[in-house]
Design a protein around this ligand. Structure first.
Ligand code: ATP
Length: 498
């Protein structure tokens, strides 16, 4: 977190004021003996600590060098505590855990009371080192000729050369110690490794997060069947043979090497998601639907782990069909300047190979409007090797889709359906477009018949629907709106293809 400078003149930065230096070295019972330190430093000013330096001497190395030595290996998930004793520092840190935005995996404690207080250091998500004021009163940070007041429980990032002032006792932040102290770290700091305990918890949290992006739909929650997919007769047959039957009857495919991935590609609104839902239902599998765009924008940086979690979840609940909508958002061609995208593509390739090796009863379908953007390695056999085009419906397809979406509605038999279908065909409308027109026509009918008004006045009763029909007028109005919206929209058209 950033805090505002309180003054720019209070401190002389380089070199720190003598009085301040004095205060620091004079304070505290364990403050190092200056002569001894100088002697140690003369000995330590080589590339490595010479073997004849006693551990006692190493322990007397200034705090800033001991701290700098730990900074050399400092990672996200690490915490450094400095204070008189571990128990007190830990208790102070306990009160400040809200400042830390990631799980603590490793802890280091440096016993030192020369600074007369307690400090915590963490690495933040963007790689900066942050100091946390664990004391009950403000401390001061001096950074690049500015001073900042840090209230208790505040944190601020620090850089090489910054000085932390706790009631006049100064600690300079250094990226590197004067000499390599790595061999002696255990003599001046205690290290605690929490990774084994923490990582399963992180996995749990990640699973919970990812589950919010999944819509797990078993037979009951997603009753879409192939009968509700209009047109696309050949495609449905191919999907049955390639995906539904292998998932439904795995015993019949034991000796056959099957692809675990497929691509559905075609214009927006042609029913790719709808087909995938029907597929899962027909195959009797769990259905996990993830949007590639969401996956990308939400989880940059953690994506690879989330992809692993997603596939693990699918395997734990197999048979499972994973549907990856907007697949091109994550599986686009790798390039040298997109490290994040490259990592994700590589991760997906690895996970697909694992499915193959383990012969898991998991099938992954990627859907895209932009097949050409997909990485060539992704669409190879053995990965997403089967490609199915989902085209804009022809006139027979439009007729079937219209029936599906209107059959449960009170349509007036006088509606000129063929004329509507011809107009939709000429406009290259898709299934999504038909669905929208029929639903809008229903609303137009309610409006015209005063049903909405009654609902607003709370006088509506089911009897008001007696004799209600969706008329040609309602359909025409919905169609006109649909065309108007599509013509005015500068965004990608939904409901139109070809
Ligand atoms: P996008 O590429 O924009 O994600 P999509 O191809 O996945 O679009 P869907 O989201 O499946 O299209 O289609 C939207 C809605 O349109 C579906 O929920 C379904 O109700 C209807 N629909 C589309 N095509 C058909 C079809 N062939 N049969 C019946 N309904 C369809």
């Amino acid at each position: 977190m950033k805090i505002n400078p309180v003054s720019t003149t209070n401190y002389q930065i380089s070199p720190p004021p003598l009085s301040a230096k004095k205060k620091r070295t004079d304070s505290g019972t364990t403050a190092p003996d200056l002569n001894l330190l100088n002697k140690t430093y003369n000995q330590l000013s080589f590339k490595a600590v010479p073997a004849n330096v006693s551990l006692d001497l190493v322990k007397k190395i200034p705090l800033e060098d001991r701290l700098a030595s730990i900074f050399q290996n400092f990672k996200l998930g690490d915490l450094i505590l400095i204070g008189k004793n571990l128990n007190e520092s830990a208790r102070k840190m306990y009160k400040n855990t809200n400042v830390v935005k990631n799980a603590i995996k490793r802890g280091f404690f440096i016993a030192d009371d020369s600074i007369g207080g307690n400090l915590g250091f963490v690495k933040n998500m963007i790689g900066d080192t942050e100091v946390i004021n664990l004391n009950d009163s403000p401390i001061t940070l001096i950074s690049e000729n500015k001073t900042y007041s840090m209230k208790p429980q505040e944190s601020f990032y620090v850089i090489n050369g910054d000085i932390i002032d706790i009631n006049g006792r100064l600690l300079t932040i250094k990226d590197n110690p004067k000499t390599d102290l790595s061999m002696y770290r255990k003599n001046f700091s205690r290290a605690f490794d929490f990774q084994k305990e923490v990582e399963p918890q992180i996995e749990k949290i990640n699973k919970k997060t990812i589950s919010t992006l999944m819509q797990t739909a078993g037979k009951k929650s997603s009753p879409v069947t192939f009968a509700q997919v209009g047109g696309l007769g050949e495609l449905k047959e191919a999907l049955k043979r390639d995906i539904v039957y292998p998932l439904r009857y795995p015993e019949a495919y034991e000796n056959i090497k099957l692809d675990h991935g497929a691509i559905l590609y075609g214009p927006p609104g042609t029913g790719k998601t709808h087909i995938a839902r029907a597929l899962a239902n027909e195959a009797g599998t769990n259905f996990i639907s993830i949007n590639g765009l969401e996956m990308e924008s939400k989880w940059v940086g953690q994506s690879e782990e989330n992809w692993r979690n997603l596939f693990n979840e699918a395997k734990e609940n197999q048979p499972t069909l994973i549907f990856l909508d907007e697949f091109d958002a994550v599986a686009r061609s790798r390039s040298s300047n997109n490290e994040y995208g490259n990592n994700v593509v590589n991760q997906i390739l690895t996970l697909m190979t694992d499915l193959d090796n383990e012969n898991a009863n998991v099938f992954v379908i990627g859907a895209t409007n932009n097949f050409d953007a997909l990485d060539k390695a992704i669409i190879r056999p053995g990965r997403f090797g089967k490609h199915y085009e989902v085209p804009v419906p022809d006139i027979d397809g439009l007729r079937e889709i219209y029936k599906i979406h209107s059959s449960a509605k009170p349509m007036d038999e006088k509606i000129n359906v063929e004329e509507l279908l011809q107009k939709l065909y000429n406009h290259k409308a898709t299934g999504a477009g038909i669905k929208q027109i029929v639903n809008d026509a229903h609303n137009n009918g309610y409006e015209r018949a005063g049903i909405f008004e009654k609902m607003a006045n709370k006088t509506f009763t089911p009897k008001d629907l007696a004799g209600f029909k969706i008329t040609q007028e309602d359909i025409d109005k919905a169609y006109d709106n649909f065309i108007k919206y599509q013509n005015s929209s500068t965004r990608k058209q939904i409901g139109f293809g070809r």
